[in-house]
Design a protein around this ligand. Structure first.
Ligand code: 4NP
Length: 167
């Protein structure tokens, strides 16, 4: 892993920052709380999310994402969408994309900003055979449930990785 600072920081990124990445932010934050005693680096992590697109800046997460999260005990309601900024590339150790389209956009921005951290797909940390978190925006509520399954699994895998590599 490259040039990680203390506290560790992670930015989850999707397209709109109203469905997948705010779900990742809330789920990861909660799972970190549950596993806090497994590693000192978990105690004061900076966790945030953003979108590569600008359409939903300032909006609450999609009501379907809030509802799906609530059924599993995750609270997304206080989150507000923002767009990825150049500053993010100097502030975060990990920038984790939900899919390859967003990863491609982030790669372009990261080379312009001389990013020294880890940029990759969030699901690289999951044992799941799926590599991308599919966009649930134009589908039904089952899509939001599937997003939660993938994000819970990747959150545990990412925490396992941090415990193994950062302590
Ligand atoms: P997200 O989902 O990237 O997971 O937040 C989307 C939200 C909005 C749109 C697309 C995807 N949109 O086209 O407005």
């Amino acid at each position: 892993m490259k040039s990680v600072k203390s506290p560790l920081s992670v930015l989850f990124v999707c397209l709109g920052n109203i469905c997948r990445s705010p779900t990742a932010e809330a789920v990861f934050r909660q799972i970190i709380v549950n596993r806090m005693n497994e590693g000192s680096m978990l105690r004061d992590m900076i966790i945030d999310s953003a979108g590569t697109g600008a359409w939903h800046i300032g909006s609450q997460p999609d009501s379907r994402a809030i509802a799906a999260g609530r059924t599993r005990g995750y609270d997304l309601s206080s989150l507000r969408a923002r767009q990825v900024s150049n500053q993010d590339f100097s502030q975060f150790d990990f920038i984790l994309a939900m899919d390859n389209d967003n990863l491609r956009n982030l790669r372009n921005l990261s080379s312009l900003n001389n990013f020294r951290g880890h940029l990759g797909l969030f699901l690289d940390f999951s044992p799941s055979s799926e590599t991308e978190v599919p966009d649930p925006y134009y589908g039904g509520s089952e899509g939001f449930d599937h997003v939660l399954d993938l994000i819970e699994s990747a959150s545990h895998g990412f925490i396992d990785y941090l415990i193994k590599t950062c302590d």
